[in-house]
Design a binder for this molecule. Structure first.
Ligand SMILES: Cc1ncc(C[n+]2csc(CCOP(=O)(O)OP(=O)(O)O)c2C)c(N)n1
Ligand SMILES: [Mg+2]
Length: 608
């Protein structure tokens, strides 16, 4: 951190705050005092300095990236900045780390890459953020404007490549305005439905001289949607809820993004309505609450899927009804009138018909509903029925002596050994589902995973981002656990080098089944057991690999080794990798086959 930059920001604010958002506001308060009306006291001299000044003024504290020719001017301007830059091993890692940082802090994550391969390496992470509506800003270097279109060295049409996977992207045209463009992109990432934005920065623009200090960051006029739903629509939905016999809340990731978990809890508890969540919605409602039915969908609990199948009034908040949640649309909540709360009108009746569309911010609309519903629905029998389903279809697994260590046991061991505020990140596959099923999530922003895109390799860089987020929030004692698969770990494990370099306290639990297990499971169920390209018995020894990186490496084969290994890894002040050799034949259950009916989930392999 640059002392000068840090000092100048503190001097601007009468009451220095630890909250990045408030810091941004503090900068705004002083904007009028500045001769240029800008937010920073240090005058800028180049486009690149203007970019960095805009980021600082917007409240960015941490950036993840990889250097390179076209982005060098921006890096040079970061040299004296208060923004902490974390060099990642690969740009995909930078994007996932920024994504996870944003999920944990609630502020947009920031990643940087050079032109060409740097930018294209970011694309998976940007697409991942786009699918999960995660606020993130990507800055990419670009060849000088006069070379654009010439197939210049490391030229890629980054704006073209990323247009379908960003909320919006920009090609910076001139040094005088580039700071304002970056500030706008940062703000736009978080207003309304969040998502990734990108600014492509030609090298001449960042090198050019300018004395235009960017003004306070602001989203484009009109981009901030009205947080309230129409009151007549709220009243109509309230009547439907009052009259329901079998009401059910379905809380999605939007509840967490809108910081509406308290409003969601208050609504469900006031009217004693059972609650299920989507996978991205994990943590929006405490899973140990008596109204909680855990999460629904392909590998969700049997009781959540039974409740969805039989509810007569589904109050769905902040969900886009992904097919992994709904299964076949015809059989999804077939008896329900659907109240759909979403900030994005494009989601209304896209996948599931909304009988009561309520367009607005999740927290605001839940408060509107809480005020509008006059009587608690008469649903004693329904609540009893939900409890009965909980008892009939518990999540279970067997631990016979003659079979290898079960992965679910490992997840439970970590849950028992850690506090409620522990952050869990994952790769994609069976291990991800077990991490979601066998951990009891009680707080928002503790479940950090790749949902819509399903990106193997998300877990390790996400753990790096999550750790730095917790540290930046002044919460260094929170644990960060990454549950990874052997296949997923192999895709981005190079980011372990970053965790070692930065001495990040993270524990990576590889649930090593020597298979890309989810594929193996589908091959057994739907391809007559032909294990084409899914047997990964050629895996390296991950504990030794961890040691080679400079991390703590532990190998675990049996039940009795689990607790001591968990304890040792958690006590270790730095990155630890535990290579858990788990049962390669274990399957994720229950399972609703793709496109199937949620109410007809398989509880055993032979039912698939
Ligand atoms: C980047 C990427 N490539 C391929 C896939 C397809 N895929 C989905 S799950 C899975 C298996 C993942 O294996 P592993 O990380 O070992 O996890 P496991 O299922 O064994 O727990 C694969 C290959 C994917 N989701 N992402
Ligand atoms: Mg595996």
């Amino acid at each position: 951190m640059s002392d000068t930059a840090a000092r100048s920001r503190e001097e601007e604010s009468e009451e220095p705050s630890e909250n990045p958002a408030e810091d941004g506001n503090a900068a705004e308060r002083t904007a009028d005092d500045h001769p240029d009306g800008g937010a920073e006291t240090t005058p800028v001299t180049t486009g690149a300095e203007s970019v960095v000044a805009a980021l600082e003024a917007a409240g960015a504290e941490t950036a993840f990236g990889v250097q390179g020719g076209a982005i060098m001017p921006v890096y040079d301007a970061l040299y004296g900045s208060s923004i902490r830059h974390v060099t990642m091993a690969h740009e995909q890692g930078a994007a996932h780390a920024a994504d996870a940082y944003g999920v944990v802090t609630g502020e947009p994550g920031l990643c940087l890459a050079t032109s060409g391969p740097g930018a294209t390496n970011l694309v998976t992470g940007i697409a991942d953020a786009d699918m999960d509506s995660d606020a993130m800003l990507a800055l990419t270097g670009q060849v000088p404007t006069e070379f654009v279109g010439n197939d210049a060295f490391q030229e890629t049409d980054t704006v073209g490549v990323t247009r379908p996977v960003t909320k919006h992207n920009y090609f910076a045209g001139e040094a005088d305005s580039v700071g304002d463009v970056v500030g706008e992109a940062f703000e736009l990432a978080k207003v309304g439905r969040p998502g990734p934005t990108l600014v492509d920065l030609p090298k001449d623009v960042t090198l050019d001289e300018t004395d235009e200090t960017p003004g306070p960051a602001s989203a484009p006029p009109g981009s901030e949607p009205d947080p309230s739903a129409r009151q007549d629509a709220v009243e109509a939905a309230a009547r439907a809820i009052e009259n329901a016999d079998r009401p059910l809340c379905l809380f999605g990731g939007g509840v967490i993004k809108a910081n509406a978990s308290d409003a969601a809890r208050s609504f469900a508890r006031t009217y004693e309505i059972p609650v299920t969540t989507t996978m991205p919605g994990i943590g929006s409602y405490p899973e140990d609450d008596e109204l909680a039915l855990s999460w629904a969908g392909m590998h969700g609990t049997g009781y959540a899927n039974m409740a969805i199948t039989h509810t007569d009034c589904l109050i769905a908040v902040g969900t886009r009804f992904d097919d992994r949640l709904t299964g076949g649309i015809d059989t999804f909540a077939p008896e329900a009138e659907v109240v759909h709360v979403d900030i994005d009108p494009a989601e209304i009746s896209k996948n599931v018909h909304a009988d009561y569309p309520l367009i607005g911010d999740a927290g605001t609309v839940l408060d509107q509903l809480t005020a509008a519903v006059r009587t608690t629905p008469d649903a004693d029998e329904w609540r009893e029925q939900c409890q009965e389903w909980k008892e009939t279809y518990p999540l279970t697994y067997a631990t016979p002596d003659d079979e290898p260590l079960k992965p679910q046991f490992v997840v439970e061991a970590f849950d028992e050994a850690t506090d409620d505020d522990t952050i869990v990140t994952t790769g994609v596959g069976q291990h991800q589902m077990w991490a979601a099923q066998f951990w009891t999530y009680t707080e928002p922003r503790t479940w950090v995973s790749s949902h819509g895109l399903g990106t193997m390799g998300y877990g390790v860089p996400a753990a790096v981002g999550a750790r730095l987020a917790a540290d930046a929030m002044g919460e260094p004692d929170r644990d960060v656990i990454c549950f990874d698969g052997d296949g997923s770990f192999l895709m981005t494990m190079q980011e372990l080098s970053v965790a070692v370099r930065e001495n990040l306290d993270v524990t990576i639990a590889v649930l090593n089944n020597e298979y890309i297990g989810m594929v193996r499971q589908w091959q057994d169920a739907f391809f007559e057991g032909r294990h084409m390209a899914s047997d990964y018995n050629w895996m390296p020894e991950f504990d030794k690999l961890a040691e080679a990186f400079g991390a703590l490496g532990i190998r675990v084969d049996g039940y009795e080794e689990v607790a001591p290994a968990v304890e040792e890894a958690l006590a270790y002040d730095g990155p630890a990798v535990i290579d858990f050799h788990v049962d390669p034949a274990e399957n994720v259950l229950p399972m609703v086959p793709s496109g199937g009916a949620n109410g007809r989930f398989a509880l055993a392999e032979d039912q698939l």
